[in-house]
Write a protein that binds this ligand. Structure first.
Ligand code: SAH
Length: 463
């Protein structure tokens, strides 16, 4: 180990930084998290740094650094972005007894600044002795994802509660309690009711852990987004990470299922649009059964669970059995699809409203206010609209819609095999059938892809 990691007490101490541009700002953003007194010295000081000074976050001295400037400082950073000036200022600082870091100059630095995951008072410092900054960043990103943002506050509150937890036997039970507090109940209570909620949650949690040895089940109703795993929310990832059981829809992609905890049981409740499907009551019953068994169940739904997701039936079933649950929103297909054609769902001067409609419902093709939709300038994202395309086309034309209204179909939005079919209302069918799309698709009525050239190409392809 060439560098020994320590945590330096800097509360009330001086930290001096020479430099006033980008490199200085990057370091200052970190240093401002401390309770040290910061002084910035440079001939040229960026407006952001001036603003921070005006906010009382640091002091500025606007001239070249001179002997005496670093007196009594604990740390010194040379961030002049100029090797000669860095060397000159570092020499002064070293002579005046500060530990010196020269930005981007490992060899001449007495210390280096680690990559930091900040959940104050919990701080994780990651160092690679300058060997692999990429690795440090990757580890940091991984930890940022895994540690709830409320962890710091929870740690402070948890500290005041430590003695109360002595009622639990040492070992597994106590560990389970703290792990539930820091990673489950605590963050949840924090989100729902703030700090006071956390104290209450701690008490309830302790009661539960004292009283029982089986943990209560829970269901997360999670939006898996349109398919690209990178479009999952952090909450969704965390839920998958903890799941004992994952019950998913047909449209949820394998890449996403792979993120589930290795030991998790994965159940496909796949409902094909018109084909055979697991009955909704059976899915409800399955959710309830696994939760009552004490499992952490993730009900994983494509897109956002609140959009054509039959969420309410499942929530009602859980409520009927007093099972705790949480809804984790996801990116709905319309959002992903509209991004895929470079458009916006709403646009000033074009459409101030957008409808999310379904092509079919439990009774068959769904009816809508066709007259209103047929008016000029309307925009609708049609879910489950492939089979109903001819029906929708007929209804809209019958109610006076302009046959030239643009219609764009996006299949497999956000995925590697995304396809775009741009057409018009009059040509929607047979264009759509000819395109032979087999994946999930959103039909945008009233929107054309931003790229007109691509549109012309696609038209030719499917004409
Ligand atoms: N809850 C989901 C919608 C479920 S209904 C959501 O918010 O997105 C199923 C329909 O969603 C499909 O028939 C299709 O119209 C649409 N859909 C889901 N994923 C899609 C994707 N990746 N690309 C295009 N459409 C998609």
């Amino acid at each position: 180990m060439k560098h020994f990691p320590i945590f330096l007490a800097v509360e009330g101490k001086r930290i001096v930084l020479a430099g006033g541009a980008d490199a200085a700002m990057a370091k200052l953003r970190l240093l401002m998290k401390t309770e040290a007194q910061l002084t910035v010295i440079a001939t040229d000081i960026a407006p952001e740094i001036r603003n921070w000074a005006a906010e009382g976050k640091l002091q500025i001295i606007e001239r070249a650094m001179a002997p005496g400037d670093v007196h009594g400082a604990a740390l010194f950073y040379a961030a002049n972005e100029d090797a000669a000036e860095d060397a000159r200022t570092a020499a002064i600082a070293q002579a005046e007894g500060a530990l010196v870091n020269i930005v981007d100059n490992l060899a001449d630095s007495q210390f280096i600044t680690p990559a930091i995951v900040d959940r104050d008072p919990v701080t994780v410092a990651i160092g690679t002795e300058g060997a692999a900054p990429v690795l440090a960043r990757a580890i940091k990103a991984d930890l940022e994802e895994r540690l709830p943002t409320s962890l710091g506050i929870l740690a402070r509150i948890g500290k005041t509660f430590r003695h109360a937890v002595d009622v639990l036997p040492m070992g597994r039970k106590r560990r389970d309690f703290w792990s539930a507090f820091y990673f489950d109940d605590g963050p949840k209570a924090m989100e729902e009711a703030g700090k006071s909620g956390v104290l209450r949650a701690l008490e309830t949690l302790l009661d539960n852990h004292v009283m029982s040895d089986t943990k209560a089940g829970h269901v997360d109703l999670v939006g898996a987004g349109p398919g690209d795993p990178e479009l999952l929310t952090l909450k969704a990832r965390n839920a998958l990470d903890k799941a004992d059981v994952v019950i998913h829809d047909r449209l949820v992609t394998d890449e996403i299922l792979e993120l589930a905890r290795r030991e998790a049981i994965i159940i496909n409740a796949g409902k094909t649009g018109f084909g055979p499907s697991m009955k909704q009551e059976d899915i409800d019953a399955m959710l309830v059964r696994h939760a009552l068994d004490g499992h952490h169940v993730v009900r994983l739904k494509a897109g956002d669970p609140t959009v054509f997701g039959r969420l309410d039936e499942e929530v009602e079933a859980l409520e009927a059995h007093q099972i705790s649950y949480r809804v984790v929103p996801g990116i709905t297909a319309a959002s992903a699809a509209v991004a895929g054609i470079g458009q916006s769902l709403t646009k000033r001067g074009r459409n101030a409203a957008v409808r999310l409609i379904t092509g079919h419902d439990t009774r068959g093709y769904a009816d809508h206010d066709w007259k209103a939709l047929a008016a000029p300038g309307e925009v609708a994202a049609i879910y489950m609209g492939k089979k109903a395309a001819r029906f929708i086309q007929g209804r809209l034309l019958m109610h006076g819609a302009d046959p030239a209204t643009p219609v764009t179909i996006i299949e497999n939005a956000s995925r590697a095999d995304q396809r775009i079919v741009a057409t018009s209302l009059s040509d929607l069918e047979p264009t759509l059938s000819k395109a032979g799309l087999s994946g999930p698709a959103i039909t945008f009525y009233g929107l054309a892809p931003r790229d007109a050239e691509a549109k012309a190409l696609k038209l030719r392809e499917f004409a």
